[in-house]
Ligand binder design. Structure first.
Ligand SMILES: [Zn+2]
Length: 328
């Protein structure tokens, strides 16, 4: 017996993808994670995704739910209206212009919508997570890249081209490091996981960070943002400075967005954000130093750590439900 409508969320990553379905209480169910093997031709990956979506729909049906839509969170610039992938880093050739939503819909028979993964994160955290109750909010994900999303007047704001919210590609230093997007000096080039690792390689090679060397057991393969954070907390000043630099870049970006949009909350998630105060302290310091337009409201600003376990999957499912108006 069918008891309610539900939607599927799929979070597509370069290494793995996760898929589950969201019930009417906002509970994510039957979550499965599988390997993407992103070096394969897109058609093979799309076929796998379709299979996973169909299997998830069957599980939901067994629980008495009817799947009305599927949302795919993609780590790329996308056109959410056309359902096309435009600029996917970390994937092999053949993804540019791929009509992913249409292809999946044809294979599964389920109405399918795309959303950028950081926008999915923002949507989920604003509805069910740390950002619940805030009408004006910025979501920031700090991981392999630095993503973002905007909730304005309670709604996800995507702008004219469906791409608004690219927090990580604001310019932090116009004469600075090259960014993965092709630009120069983006926040992402200073605050992402790869940026933190890259910044740690030089002092490691120069033999200036003995605590970090010990943390990684003298093996560069084990160098990660987490290892740099561990060393910083154990007293490695240079590692602390790497996080300060990342925090300053994020803080300036947040300050700029605040000046323009007057937000009340920022939700920060992603693997690098697990460094907690190592990142949050320089963010606050930067805000206090550079934020004058809303200086008198700064004490009301909430900078919050993300709360949900799988915001990418949840947000993609919510987006699909909202876009196809199933009234979840
Ligand atoms: Zn960039």
């Amino acid at each position: 017996m069918i008891v309610a409508n539900a939607s599927i969320g799929l979070d597509l990553g370069g290494t793995t993808y996760s898929v589950g379905w969201l019930d009417e209480m906002g509970q994510l169910r039957d979550l499965v994670s599988l390997e993407t093997r992103s070096y394969r031709p897109p058609a093979e990956i799309v076929a796998d995704l379709a299979q996973a979506i169909k299997a998830t729909a069957q599980r939901a049906q067994l629980a008495g739910y009817r799947i009305m839509a599927a949302g795919i969170g993609v780590p790329a610039v996308i056109n959410p209206w056309a359902g096309e992938v435009l600029l996917p880093p970390n994937f092999a050739q053949g993804w540019h212009g791929l009509a992913l939503a249409e292809q999946l819909q044809a294979l599964t028979g389920i109405p399918t919508r795309l959303i950028n993964d950081a926008r999915a994160f923002t949507l989920a955290e604003s509805r069910l997570g740390a950002g619940k109750g805030y009408a004006h909010l910025l979501g920031v994900t700090v991981g392999t890249g630095v993503g973002g999303g905007l909730i304005l007047n309670g709604q996800l704001y995507l702008g004219r081209w469906g791409s608004a919210g690219e927090f990580g590609h604001q310019v932090y230093d116009p004469h600075g490091l090259i960014c993965g997007c092709g630009g120069v000096g983006c926040i992402e080039a200073y605050a992402s996981g790869p940026a933190i690792v890259a910044a740690a390689v030089r002092p490691l090679r120069q033999g200036r960070v003995p605590i970090l060397r010990e943390v990684i057991g003298n093996s560069l393969d084990r160098l990660s943002p987490k290892a740099v954070a561990q060393a910083a907390l154990a007293g490695e000043e240079e590692c602390r400075e790497i996080y300060r630099q990342a925090g300053r870049a994020l803080g300036l970006g947040i300050s700029n967005v605040l000046s323009v949009l007057g937000l009340e909350a920022v939700v920060i998630g992603g693997g690098v954000a697990e460094a907690g105060d190592l990142l949050l302290e320089p963010i606050w310091e930067t805000l206090r130093r550079h934020q004058f337009m809303i200086a008198e409201h700064l004490h009301e600003l909430n900078i919050l750590r993300a709360e949900l376990d799988e915001p990418g999957v949840v947000g993609a499912a919510m987006w699909a439900a909202e876009q196809t108006l199933v009234g979840l």
